[in-house]
Structures are given as structure tokens and as C-alpha cells.
Design a protein around this ligand. Sequence first.
Ligand SMILES: Nc1ncnc2c1ncn2[C@@H]1O[C@H](COP(=O)(O)OP(=O)(O)OP(=O)(O)O)[C@@H](O)[C@H]1O
Ligand SMILES: [Mg+2]
Length: 343
Amino acid sequence: MKAHPAKVDTANERLRSILAIVNDCYFALDQRYRITDLNQSAIDWVGPTQSRVLGACLWDLCDPGAECSRVIREGMEQRRRVRREVMSGLRPGRWIDLQVSPSADGLSVFITDITERRSAKEALEELSGRLLNLQEEERQRIAEELHDSTAQHLVAAGLNLMRMKQYVSPGDGGKLLNETADLVEEAARELRAFTYLLHPPSLENGGLAGTVRDFAAGFTHRTGLSTTVQVPEMANHLPFDIQRSLLRVIQEALTNAYRHASASRLVVDLRTGRGILKLRILDDGCGLAQAVRKMAPGGPLLGVGVAGMRARLVRFGGDLKFLSDGRGTMVIATLPHASSSPA
Ligand SMILES: Nc1ncnc2c1ncn2[C@@H]1O[C@H](COP(=O)(O)OP(=O)(O)OP(=O)(O)O)[C@@H](O)[C@H]1O
Ligand SMILES: [Mg+2]
């Protein structure tokens, strides 16, 4: 049944008035890639060349080999919606969020200029990368200071207490001395664990695989959570910055599982395959709270921990995701990886 012409006119009019006020640029293409319509935002965005645009063939204005042109052809030829962030062919140098959608007589093209947003994002990533480097340098400096100075003072205090034993008679004085010696010993142990967390020296000497195993053993000892580690020796040959970032991601994920998940078992699993490196940390805890899951589609962003994990990966072109239900949480960190050995 055909729509009444008056109704079609009204619908078209309504559509035109909507397109006239939206901020997105709108172009209509016919099947021969001629521009048959464009809205005010598109006219403003195209600028001085606008008089040439209406009725022109797209390929006279835009390099047919450009990525944006490929997206447009894909939508037209395969009759499907496509959305991608690409460099503009109409205005070289500008980044656009390009969406194409098949229409009755060709293709509707929607463009949002995201150049400023992208630059701001890149600047932010660059800044967070520099802050993370500074943080690591600061941690190393504090760890070395504590190890070389404070820890040595504690050792000296412990030795002095041992020597004092010969001058103190058994009884209350001797008991107090023994207790004090135990406290000094305990403080030295805590300091060693703390400096290790601040700057694990084994990462520089032995590499990621052994460091993660050591860390997990210490973690299991302190928390009682059973932790299984599968990190291949090849991880020791990754660039040092990447090993350090992966270690920090693992440390934060294990700490989160302990603090928030009420888990009893944890698995750390690192693999490579098809050009990516995939790190998974699984726990069998309560899963992310509903409120946290709703915060952001890509994962929770409540504390500093998760944001730091993500920033450590993004700076190497990687990403972080969470899969979670009532039976536990899986943290999935991915990084591009040059070798394509099987997973
Ligand atoms: N394994 C997990 N199981 C359950 N909830 C988790 C898990 N990991 C993270 N969460 C939730 O995600 C939130 C954000 O974690 P995030 O590490 O960013 O912050 P935090 O641990 O609360 O604080 P901090 O800044 O000290 O790390 C947590 O508060 C917690 O609710
Ligand atoms: Mg945390």
C-alpha cells in the first residue's frame, strides 16, 4: 500500500527541519555518488568550496583511495551501516566520526568533526604516560632510599639490641629487650615487602615471569588466596616498560580481587597470539557491583586503580576490559605484539 503523498511531504518536511538544526554534517549521495543534498552544518563545515558541492560527484572532491571513501563505498555496495573514525577526504587534516547508512536512492552520510577531541585525548594520554613514568621513577627513588638507608639503620639497631643482651639481666628487662628485638625484626620484614612492592628489583634482573611468580607467592602467603600463575618465559624478552606495566596491572588486579571480590582462587594467565598479547586475571569472587558495571561500558572507573591500569596499557596501544557476573571477574588486558606465535 502506497503512503499518501501529503503524508510523505509532511514526513520529508519534518526530516528536513531536524537535519537543519543538528550539529552533525549530513550529506545524501545517490547511487552514482553524486551529492544530492546536505544540511546547514555540512555547508558550514565544507566552507568556501560549498558552492561546488551540491550536485558534484564525491570522487571529484575526495580522493577515492582515502579511508573515508572506502567506508562510503562499503556502505553503498554492501547496503549496510558502517561507522568509523577516519581522516576526512573533503577536509584533509581533519579527523571525523563517519557514519553511513543506506537510503532508498543511495546513501546517507553523517559526519562529526572530532579533530579537537582527538587532540585533547592524545594530549591526555601523553600526559598520563609522563605521569606514570614519573611515578615509577619516584617509587624507585623511595625504594632505594628505604633500602640503602632506613633498612640499614634497622639492621644496625637489631645488632645493637643483640649486643645489649649481655648487659641486661634476665627478667623484665630481658623480656622487654627480646620484645623490642622482635619488633625491629618485624619492621625490617615489613620494610622489605614494602620496598619490593614499590620497585621489584627482580623485574630488571630476572624478568616478568619470575617476578610475577614471586609476587603471587608473597600475595598468597599474605592473603591466603590461592593464586595460579601462567606467564611464559618469553615475557622476559618484552620491552622493559611493557613488562613493568603488565606487572603493575597484575598487582592492581590481584589487590582488587583481595579487597573487593571475597574471592578464594585467582588465576594470572599471559599469552600471545595473532599479533596481540593477552593478559587475563580471573577471580571466583562476587563480581563487579551493578553500580560499578553501569559506570562505563568499557569497565569500572571509580577508583584510581582501574584508571591507572587502563592508562598503562593505552600508552602502548592496548586496552582493558572487564567481564563479570555473580561467579567472578575476569580482567582482560590486551597489547599489540609483534610476534604472532600461537596462543
Ligand atoms: N575483582 C573485582 N571484584 C569485584 N569488584 C571489583 C574488582 N575489581 C574492581 N572492583 C570494583 O571496581 C571499583 C574500582 O576499582 P579501582 O581499583 O579503580 O578502585 P579501588 O580499588 O576502589 O581504589 P584504589 O584507587 O585504591 O585502587 C572498586 O571499588 C570495586 O567496586
Ligand atoms: Mg584498586
